[in-house]
Ligand binder design. Structure first.
Ligand code: FAD
Length: 391
């Protein structure tokens, strides 16, 4: 616990998908933690717009190893703390109808396995069992990773905050960080619209707003929000174990990939990636979303035609230029860690990022391999892109 209420070991800016599980892990490691958010409670930024998919099925070692840690934390939470965060095992399944997508996914499997993932190519018959009622025409098979799963983006923040507070973390809401205090090359604290707080370490986990901190810090933070829509149905009888990703571009000409699953409450929760991105932070839903989505979903699983949709929403992916986060010590500023640019995967990366940051602070190095950590470096070449399909 801090001796002076304005002095902490670590200040975290942003209590979202990343900042909140980071606060929990730093506090559990015995550090005094202050977590500040401009919104009114934890997880109210883009965190709550996530549909809950948690997978280690990626194509780069940084995301794979980080998400393996996240899966471990999410899947064992209820047993460890007796708090249900909506974890639903059942894996991820990428059904495939297209030769090129088949080749891409198959080419990734040996490396994904080498990184510790359980994943295999399965034939069309197996896919039909995994996804009851799937359109069988031209179905070639697909990948299945049974250890992936889903979590509630509404319940997880409550759980992380509760455990962080038990370990002494302090949360301040409705308070915006507006500047930083520095002593030479070292950051020593943050300035908010309500006060000043000091710490040895500051973690910037400001999601879609991260770039705004660049001018305050004198560095470029290359994060650009782009808007994505999602929706949820009324509950139906459980029939779908995995979260499904259809990587084909839609015949609608408007969508690239499309993904959905059935959550623990039985609701179908869904999202697509628009072909032309909507750059910016406009969170108004578009009238075209549901008709386009419904056609895609019903053409893949015709039995979903009677689904009753409850609501739709729009949130932002905090995008880095190459679709991979920046998790690194800030260049030329001692005591500052950047945890930004989570793209469409901040919820699944969050707990693993928190574990990594805790290791960076307590032991001076990352807890993932240097090959994996290199993916997240601030000074990498942002224009050498990850395999487009698994972003
Ligand atoms: C439709 C949709 C579906 C998605 N589905 C998934 C999914 O299934 N799985 C998945 O892993 N990801 C998913 N995502 C992506 C995920 O939501 C984001 O990657 C993630 O929320 C980003 O986490 P973050 O912690 O960086 O940002 P946030 O969760 O937005 O947290 C950042 C916080 O910082 C605060 N903040 C910012 N600036 C300041 C300041 N100056 N002072 C104080 N506080 C500040 C904000 O208020 C906010 O609470 C989805 C996104 C969308 C839009």
């Amino acid at each position: 616990m801090p001796v002076n209420k304005n002095i902490y070991d670590v200040i975290i800016i942003g209590c979202g998908s990343v900042g909140n599980p980071t606060a929990y892990q730093l506090a559990e490691a015995g550090l005094s933690v202050l977590a500040i958010d401009r919104r009114s409670s934890a997880g109210q930024g883009d965190n709550k717009t996530a549909i809950g998919g948690v997978r280690a099925t990626h194509s780069d070692p940084g995301k794979i190893s980080t998400c393996l840690y996240s899966i471990d934390i999410f899947s064992s939470w209820n047993e460890k703390y007796g708090f249900d965060i909506g974890w639903k095992p059942g894996g991820y399944c990428f059904p495939v109808y297209d030769q090129d997508i088949e080749s891409t996914l198959k080419s990734l499997i040996p490396y994904q396995k080498e990184c510790g993932m359980k994943i295999d190519w399965v034939d069309a018959e197996t896919i039909k069992n995994i996804i009851p009622g799937i359109n069988e025409n031209d179905l070639r098979g697909g990948t299945y990773s049974p250890d992936d799963g889903q979590v509630s983006s509404i319940l997880a923040p409550i759980a992380f905050q509760k455990e962080a507070e038990k370990n002494g973390a302090v949360y301040l809401f409705n308070e915006r960080v507006t500047g930083y205090e520095r002593k030479g090359d070292r950051i020593v604290g943050v300035i908010t619209d309500k006060g000043k707080y000091y710490a040895e370490w500051v973690v910037l986990a400001a999601g879609s707003d991260a770039a705004e901190h660049g001018p305050m810090l004198g560095i470029d933070i290359p994060v650009t929000p782009d808007a994505h829509e999602a929706g949820i149905s009324a509950p139906v009888e459980h029939f779908l174990a995995p979260l499904i990703v259809d990587l084909r571009a839609g015949v609608d000409g408007k969508t690239s990939n499309f993904y959905f699953g059935q959550n623990k409450e039985g609701q179908i929760i869904f999202c697509y990636t628009p072909k032309d991105l909507f750059i910016g932070t406009d969170r108004e839903s578009l009238s075209e979303f549901l008709p386009i989505l419904a056609r895609r979903m019903v053409s893949l699983i015709p039995r979903l035609k009677n689904l009753l949709i409850r609501r739709i929403w729009r949130g932002c992916y905090p995008m880095s230029p190459d679709g991979v986060p920046i998790i690194d010590y800030a260049p030329g500023i001692e005591g500052l860690i950047l945890a930004v640019g989570m793209c469409g995967q901040g919820l699944m990366l969050g707990p693993g990022v928190g574990k990594n940051i805790t290791s960076m602070i307590t032991s001076g190095c990352s807890c993932i391999s240097s090959e994996a950590q290199n993916c997240f470096r601030y000074d990498r070449d942002f224009y050498q892109k990850e395999t487009e399909t698994l972003k």
